[in-house]
Design a protein around this ligand. Structure first.
Ligand code: SF4
Length: 367
């Protein structure tokens, strides 16, 4: 297997002056602060970080596999199509060197890698400028570190910065264009490859066989510098408000977050909204959306307890309800549509979709 040590380029950081904030942050720290300042603060204070959820760890394995495949082409100077068997072998190798042990996720990852290999076509090693390319740049007086999944030359004076994602929900184009991480990648690429007059940012949606690509303007870059500067100033003032949203169910810090605890206890801050005031309507709507997600997560925990019991016996009759496990075999995830003129379909292995689901019905016999 190819050496997977990330390539590393450290740019000369702009010398400190009276306006330089001096601190150093990673792209993901800044993005986390943007999503929710409290989650950033809780994570920073965490002495023993909790392990990432399996889906996110699958993303790490996938990135490793894709990087290894392209790195091997570059190392050997081979101009050729990506070999699907080599790609799946790279995935198996990356999986074997990780701590995941979920059969359905493995099958899922194998499928994603095979599809990526088919889509990727020919790799021209001389056009690959960076793989897992590390950088450290100055943005608005703040040192920012990060890495770009892959950087390709796409013309005499242009580069494409690529970001792979195995997310199940395709980000909207506006979300990709507003991404702080990609905005910083754009600035890093301009400093790493100053000859590039054009920097294209591209998000490869591995599950949807789609690439979302765009460029940024000078005005947007200036706004990003100001934003980073203002964010770090907020951090320095120790301002870390909770920013609850439906994304809280994916937050690693939710078990320590008072706002999430309130949501799980179905505590409501907003009363019934005056339906004529759209701001109030939106606030109550978002609060209820979070409550439903948080309560749904709790319900999933309770379902798992009942499901474990039903592995031992065919049915449970409790409090006037009859619980059973029912198996529905479905071979495709029912998500398909069109994205920027291209159709896509999200496939899920049958073994995932056919997991027995918990069925509950009023029980007349047990009352
Ligand atoms: S659970 Fe929500 S509000 Fe709490 S820290 Fe996480 S993202 Fe912020």
């Amino acid at each position: 297997m190819a050496d997977s040590k990330p390539s590393s380029v450290h740019l000369p950081v702009v010398p400190s002056d009276s306006t330089t904030l001096g601190a150093s942050y990673t792209c993901s720290q800044l993005s986390q602060f943007e999503r929710c300042p409290l989650s950033f603060a809780l994570q920073r204070a965490e002495r023993f970080p909790s392990p990432a959820p399996p889906e996110r760890r699958l993303g790490v394995v996938l990135h490793r596999a894709l990087e290894d495949v392209v790195r091997e082409h570059v190392r050997t100077g081979r101009i050729a199509r990506i070999d699907r068997h080599r790609a799946t072998a790279a995935f198996q190798w990356a999986w074997a060197h990780h701590d995941l042990s979920d059969h359905a996720l493995f099958v899922d990852g194998l499928d994603l890698v095979a599809r990526w290999a088919r889509r990727e076509g020919v790799v021209a090693p001389e056009d690959v400028l960076g793989i897992a390319q590390e950088f450290e740049v100055e943005v608005g007086g703040v040192r920012v570190r990060g890495h770009m999944d892959q950087v390709d030359r796409i013309g005499e004076e242009a580069v494409r910065v690529r970001d792979y994602t195995s997310s199940r929900l395709p980000p909207r184009r506006e979300d990709a264009e507003a991404s702080l991480k990609l905005a910083i990648h754009d600035m890093a690429a301009r400093q790493l490859w100053p000859w590039a007059k054009r920097v294209e940012l591209a998000v490869d949606l591995l599950r949807h066989d789609v690439r979302v690509a765009f460029e940024r303007t000078d005005a947007q870059r200036e706004a990003t510098r100001e934003y980073v500067r203002a964010s770090v100033a907020q951090m320095r003032r120790g301002e870390f408000p909770a920013r609850p949203s439906t994304l809280c169910v994916h937050c690693d810090q939710r078990t320590r977050c008072p706002a999430y605890a309130d949501a799980r206890a179905a505590k409501r801050a907003a009363g019934a909204a005056d339906l004529d005031d759209l701001h109030v309507v939106a606030r109550e709507r978002e609060e209820l959306a979070l409550l439903l997600k948080a309560l749904g997560e709790r319900k999933d925990v309770l379902d798992e307890v009942l499901r474990a019991e039903l592995e031992q016996q065919p049915e449970l009759r409790l409090l006037g309800h009859r619980y059973t496990l029912s198996t529905a075999i479905r071979r495709e995830y029912p998500l398909e549509g069109r994205w920027r003129g291209r159709s896509w379909r999200c496939k899920t292995p049958a073994s995932v979709a056919s997991r027995p689901s918990l069925a509950s019905a009023p029980s007349t016999a047990a009352r």
